[in-house]
Design a protein around this ligand. Structure first.
Ligand SMILES: Nc1ncnc2c1ncn2[C@@H]1O[C@H](COP(=O)(O)OP(=O)(O)O)[C@@H](O)[C@H]1O
Ligand SMILES: [Mg+2]
Length: 303
C-alpha cells in the first residue's frame, strides 16, 4: 500500500458516511470523491474498493470490506500509539541493576521517572562514572517513549521538529555540553512545558504530556545559567578507592567476563594508580596477552 492511500481511504469513508449510499445506487465516481480515476482503479485492483457499476460513461465504486478493515486497523494502531505515549513508565526494581553503587542517584532518578510532573536532572562529573549508563538504562525501559541524543539532534530538522513529531515523554541527552545553540534554545522553552510556539515558523508544539529531561555532561562551566537552573544538577565525584575496587570488580566480571580472581587483581593493582574504570577495562582486555602488570605499564597508567 502506498503512502497516502490510508488517508485517501479515510476521505472516501467520510464521503460514504456523509452521503446517502441508497441514493448512489451506482456507487460514487471519481468526481464525487475528487480522486484521480487511475488511483481509484489501482485501489480497486488491490481490493480496497468494490466496483458496483461500470458503463462507458460511469464507473461507480464503494469501499470494500478490505478497505474498511485497513482503516480500522490503522485507527487501532494510532490509538495504541496515543495510549502508549500517555501511559506511565513501568519502572522495575532492576532498572539500574547493572550499575554498581550510586544508590542515591538511582533513588532520585526513579522518583523523577514516576513523579506526575517533571523534575529534570543533570548528571555532571568527570568521565567513567556511569552517567551514560544511567541514560542507557532509562532508554531501555522507555523504548518509544524516549528520545536519545548525544549533543544535538542528529537530523537536520533539529530538536524542535524531532520532539514535535515523536512526542516523547522523556528526552535523554548525553553530552549536553555539546548541544548546538539552536537546539539549546528549543530545549530551554520545552523544559518549561505548556503550549509553545516556535518563533521562526509559528508552528505550535502542544506538550500536553510534559517532557522530562535527563541529561549528562562532563563539564558544567560551559552551560548557561538559565539552562543549569532548569535542572536539578547532581554532581558526581570521582570514585574513592573502595568504590573503585567494587565498581571495577563488578564491571570486569559482568561485562568483560573475567573470573573473580583476575578481576580482583586488576582492581587492587589499579586502585592506587587510577580512578577511571575504563583503564581497568583496557587492562582486562590486554591481560591475557601481556599479563596484568605489563598491560598496566604499556598502557602508561599512573605514569
Ligand atoms: N558504577 C558503575 N557501575 C557499573 N559500571 C560502571 C560504573 N561506573 C563506571 N562503569 C563503567 O565504566 C564505563 C564508562 O561508563 P559511562 O557510563 O560511559 O561513563 P560516563 O558517561 O560517566 O563517562 C562503562 O563501561 C561502565 O560500564
Ligand atoms: Mg558518557
Amino acid at each position: 500500500m502506498k503512502e497516502g492511500d490510508i488517508q485517501l481511504l479515510n476521505e472516501i469513508a467520510r464521503f460514504e458516511q456523509e452521503h446517502d449510499m441508497e441514493e448512489l445506487k451506482m456507487g460514487w465516481s471519481w468526481r464525487h470523491v475528487r480522486v484521480w480515476p487511475a488511483t481509484l482503479s489501482r485501489l480497486f485492483k488491490d481490493g480496497y474498493l468494490d466496483n458496483v457499476f461500470r458503463s462507458n460513461s460511469y464507473t461507480g465504486y464503494r469501499l470494500s470490506a478490505l478497505g474498511r478493515a485497513m482503516i480500522d486497523e490503522t485507527k487501532n494502531t494510532e490509538a495504541i500509539v496515543a495510549e502508549n505515549s500517555h501511559k506511565p513508565l513501568s519502572v522495575s526494581d532492576n532498572l539500574f541493576s547493572d550499575i554498581i553503587g550510586h544508590e542515591d542517584i538511582k533513588e532520585l532518578l526513579i522518583a523523577c521517572l514516576m513523579a506526575e510532573k517533571p523534575v529534570h536532572v543533570l548528571l555532571a562529573g568527570p568521565p567513567a562514572l556511569a552517567k551514560s549508563l544511567f541514560l542507557w538504562d532509562i532508554e531501555r525501559i522507555a523504548g518509544e517513549k524516549a528520545i536519545w541524543l548525544v549533543g544535538s539532534a542528529t537530523s537536520k530538522a533539529g530538536l524542535w521538529d524531532v520532539v514535535a513529531e515523536r512526542q516523547p515523554q522523556i528526552l535523554l541527552i548525553d553530552e549536553l555540553d555539546k548541544m548546538n545553540a539552536a537546539d539549546t534554545a528549543a530545549l530551554l522553552s520545552m523544559m518549561e512545558g505548556g503550549r509553545l510556539v516556535r518563533a521562526k515558523t509559528g508552528r505550535e508544539l502542544d506538550l500536553t504530556n510534559p517532557l522530562r529531561v535527563l541529561a549528562a555532561s562532563n563539564r558544567l562551566n560551559v552551560l548557561s545559567p538559565e539552562l543549569k537552573s532548569r535542572f536539578a544538577v547532581r554532581k558526581l565525584t570521582a570514585y574513592n578507592r573502595s568504590d573503585y575496587l567494587s565498581v571495577v570488580k563488578g564491571v570486569l566480571v559482568s561485562r568483560e567476563s573475567l573470573d573473580k580472581e583476575l578481576a580482583g587483581e586488576i582492581a587492587e593493582r589499579l586502585s592506587n594508580l587510577s580512578q577511571d574504570v575504563r583503564d581497568a577495562v583496557r587492562v582486562a582486555r590486554l591481560s591475557s596477552q601481556l599479563g596484568v602488570a605489563k598491560a598496566i605499564k604499556l598502557l602508561g597508567i599512573g605514569g
